[in-house]
Design a protein around this ligand. Structure first.
Ligand code: FAD
Length: 502
């Protein structure tokens, strides 16, 4: 038996956000003699939306050694401290999902348990009053976090909003400078090895052949390698997440103020995003095509902009779900080729990042091990299911009276994993984070409470404290956080000083 061939050549197909993120991260292998080639077609456009992110993106950029201010300046980037949800619970209602933690645990008792108890007694403000990101968001202010745990600024957490096309361009420059070879061309054919059905090469129109041992499919919804070639299969989640289209349009900034957050506003057949960048605002209406026509969805979007549209709106079609195996034979799917969850919690770019981390942790050097491949797929499945459940929660726990979509969402059977979380929380506000779950307890609590799920009771451990002392602690926390938020510079001023677009 011949020894398995060492992996010396990695081929990435696709040059959207997924392709260039993978290429940038894989440059770390180039000094060890591995070649990294990226093939992309100028004829096939990237999705081009994907502008809001979540805090772990900072660790991805840090891994690459990217300077934050330079990156913000070159991607027209802004700071994101959380998401404001408007009309999700019911009309005229708003809540925020801020990054960062709520308050401080008190002698090992979770802050939200203490808060729940005092709220019952009318001695606590709304939970946002105890989160410094929520207070800074509302005040339109921002200051970078610090690591000193004695400072309130250590309770800040932030992500970015940026122009996705400029982000891919930025990473392309980074990757090419470090030895990634970019080949422009359209993949026309993908031959498989007769012996094991592994991908042998990709063949471009005009017959250029690019061989490799490991192939990364970043071809977006086309899923050229993982599905069109390897027929891995698709698991639809459209019965839970019924929105299947989005109409998107950039608009002019309405004024000098740049809000440091993404807004998600519910409409009768879906919801609308608003993502402020330095030079414009990104907008889109995600909707269920069974409930509203494309024309009506476009009109709803245009009627709810706060600046003039900068081009004609364009429509994107999708289905919520995942590839049955993200890693199949010698091919790993990253980005839209691996699955899709609507951008309600801005998770897609993170899922690319997380796929890259898992790949780096399980990277084969010689041959392919079934146990490593299966572990990659197992971890990918768990993470996607957890994010899926979090998104379903926003829809399911609604009290909206308009639109059939909202009634269906309220009445549908939800995944058992989400049911267990909801029941535990409803009872005494208990929550457990399983297996490296992406969203922390504070995120779930923000959305559970925001969507109107108030626990019936609280952890009996919270009864061990004196109510007057607790009330005093809570008011001190609120005062300290509010003072810290008010002392921060306005977000647009901070950007102008530190990361003006160029
Ligand atoms: P694409 O951008 O589609 O890139 C595909 C690449 O493959 C292109 O370079 C194309 O040229 C190439 N290609 C395809 N076929 C071939 C071929 N035959 N030969 C050669 N090259 C080929 N994510 C977030 O994190 N935050 C958000 O706010 C967010 N909003 C979104 C809103 C909507 C409506 C949608 C649909 C997605 C959103 N996303 C968001 C997801 C995000 O846009 C994607 O995850 C991200 O852009 C990655 O896309 P991709 O690189 O996988 O695919």
């Amino acid at each position: 038996m011949t020894a398995p061939a060492p992996i010396r050549s990695i081929v990435i197909v696709g040059g959207g956000t997924a392709g260039w993120m993978a290429a940038a991260a894989l440059t770390r292998l180039i000094p060890a003699g591995v070649s990294v080639t990226l093939v992309e077609s100028d004829e096939i456009a990237t999705v081009g939306v994907g502008e809001a992110t979540i805090p772990p993106i900072r660790s991805f950029n840090a891994l690459l050694g990217i300077d934050e201010n330079d990156f913000l300046a070159k991607t027209q980037g802004t700071i994101k401290l959380g998401i404001e949800f408007v009309n999700w619970t019911r009309d005229q209602h708003r809540y925020v999902h801020p990054f960062g933690e709520f308050g401080f645990d008190i002698e090992g008792v979770k802050f939200h348990q203490v808060w729940r108890k005092l709220r019952e007694a009318g001695r606590a403000e709304a939970i946002d009053a105890y989160n410094v990101c929520a207070l800074a968001m509302t005040a339109g202010r921002y200051q970078p976090p610090v690591t000193d745990p004695g400072s309130i600024l250590s309770r800040m957490a932030h992500a970015y909003q940026f122009d996705a096309g400029l982000y891919a361009k930025y990473l392309r420059g980074y990757a090419e400078d470090r030895g990634v070879v970019r080949i422009e061309g359209k993949v026309a054919h993908v031959p498989l090895r007769a012996a094991d059905g592994f991908i042998e090469a990709v063949i471009l129109e005009g017959d250029r052949r690019i061989e490799g041992e490991l192939f990364i499919d970043c071809t977006g919804f086309r899923a050229l390698l993982i599905e069109q070639t390897l027929h891995t299969g698709w698991e639809s989640w459209a019965h839970w997440l019924q929105c299947d289209r989005a109409v998107a349009v950039p608009s002019a900034s309405p004024g000098p103020e740049i809000t440091p957050f993404t807004r998600a506003t519910a409409h009768s057949a879906g919801w609308q995003w608003r993502i402020p960048l330095q030079h414009r605002v990104g907008n889109g209406h995600v909707y269920c095509s069974a409930d509203i026509s494309d024309d009506a969805a476009r009109e709803t979007l245009l009627a709810n902009l706060d600046g003039a549209p900068l081009r004609d709106p364009f429509i994107l079609r999708f289905e919520a779900g995942r590839r049955k195996r993200a890693w199949e034979r010698n091919c790993i799917a990253l980005g839209l080729s691996s699955g899709f969850l609507e951008p309600l919690e801005s998770t897609s770019i993170h899922l690319i990042q997380s796929g890259i981390h898992k790949l780096m942790a399980l990277l084969p050097d010689t041959g392919f091990s079934a146990i490593e491949r299966d572990e990659y797929n197992r971890l990918t499945d768990i993470q996607l299911e957890q994010v899926r459940d979090f998104i379903i929660l926003h829809y399911h726990a609604n009290q909206r009276s308009d639109g059939d979509l909202w009634r269906r969402m309220r009445e549908m059977a939800i995944p058992d994993t989400l049911r267990r979380k909801l029941d535990l929380f409803r009872n005494r506000g208990r929550f457990f984070r399983y297996e490296d779950e992406l969203f922390a307890e504070s995120s779930w609590i923000a959305v559970l409470l925001g969507q109107g799920i108030l626990p019936q009771g609280w952890d009996p451990l919270a009864d061990a404290f004196d109510d007057d002392k607790l009330a005093f602690s809570l008011s001190r926390i609120h005062e300290m956080f509010a003072r810290a938020a008010q002392a921060m510079p306005r977000h647009e001023d901070w950007l102008a000083r530190n990361a003006p677009a160029r």
